[in-house]
Design a protein around this ligand. Structure first.
Ligand SMILES: [Cu+2]
Length: 283
């Protein structure tokens, strides 16, 4: 099954790449973002998204087989039992074996879907022994990222169209990226300072609501260095479309260098952190 899925996915990706017209991102490390005429999902860079893609592919096969089967039955019935071919209809109204089968088989199919589905829900829910924690706070209309262990906190605002520099993506690039080390389990705590928002990173398989007065938990582990793009995907007001998320995954040495720099640039002062907490608590 894995092999068949693998081949199907490889071909889906090839078609997707051909359709994008091979957008060239020269001089950049691996990056994933929405692409023109994209088919399918972004490439997985976390274990969660790998499992999500696998489940999606499995469901696609199951639903395709069911649809073909039902369509074939309908066509057969329309042709075989049309009035000219079958002028005297049968009065049959019960068939025990058939009725047991069409109850039991769907149940089996649902169980086959439910087992990996629940496994994945629990897997994605929370990090077991995370390496680090990042607090994500949503605002109308930007994000702030806090690294409590490193005592840094900073805001991340979209780069307006008029200020885009070469290679920056319209509506997707930000002034300050969230930066994480490759291969480390990052616990993510999400909340909001005002209305509901949602932290959505397609290549990570992460989508979690920021709910006023609550802290929601999720995690990711990026296995490939690069720049990844996401967006708020809970309608949160006028500028909902202008609060993108950019996460940069760096190799450990580069991450340490970023951290040293960030500690001087973004040192959290207690009054600002206190104000944020008060804003959340007062909701
Ligand atoms: Cu939002």
């Amino acid at each position: 099954m894995d092999r068949i899925l693998g081949i199907a996915v490889t071909w889906a990706r090839r078609i997707g790449w051909a359709a994008t017209g091979l957008v060239v991102t020269t001089g950049m490390a691996w990056a994933d973002r929405p692409r023109e005429w994209q088919l399918g999902m972004q490439d997985a860079v976390t274990p969660t998204q790998e499992k999500l893609a696998w489940l999606h592919d499995l469901l696609l096969i199951i639903i395709t087989l069911i649809t073909i089967f039902v369509l074939a039955l309908l066509v057969y019935v329309c042709v075989r039992f049309r009035e000219s071919r079958n002028p005297v209809p049968s009065k049959t109204s019960h068939n025990t074996i058939l009725e047991v089968a069409w109850t039991a088989i769907p149940v089996v199919i649902l169980v086959v879907i439910a087992i990996p589905s629940f496994q994945l829900l629990y897997f994605a829910d929370r990090a077991v022994e995370p390496d680090m924690t990042i607090k994500v706070q949503a605002h109308q209309w930007y994000w702030s990222y806090e690294y409590p262990d490193e005592e840094i906190v900073f805001d991340s605002n979209m780069v307006p169209e008029s200020e885009l520099s070469d290679g920056q993506l319209r509506l997707l690039d930000v002034d300050n990226r969230m930066v994480v080390p490759v291969g480390k389990k990052v616990q993510v705590l999400v909340t909001t300072a005002d209305v509901m928002h949602s932290f959505f990173m397609p290549a990570f398989g992460v989508q979690i609501y920021g709910t006023p007065g609550r802290i929601n938990e999720t995690w990711f582990q990026v296995d490939k260095a690069g720049v990844y793009y996401g967006q708020c995907n809970q309608i949160c007001g006028l500028n909902h479309a202008y609060m993108p998320i950019v996460v940069e995954a760096l190799e450990p040495a580069a991450y340490d260098a970023w951290l040293a720099d960030a500690k001087t640039k973004f040192a959290s002062d207690d009054s600002a952190a206190g104000r944020r907490l008060a804003a959340v608590a007062s909701r």
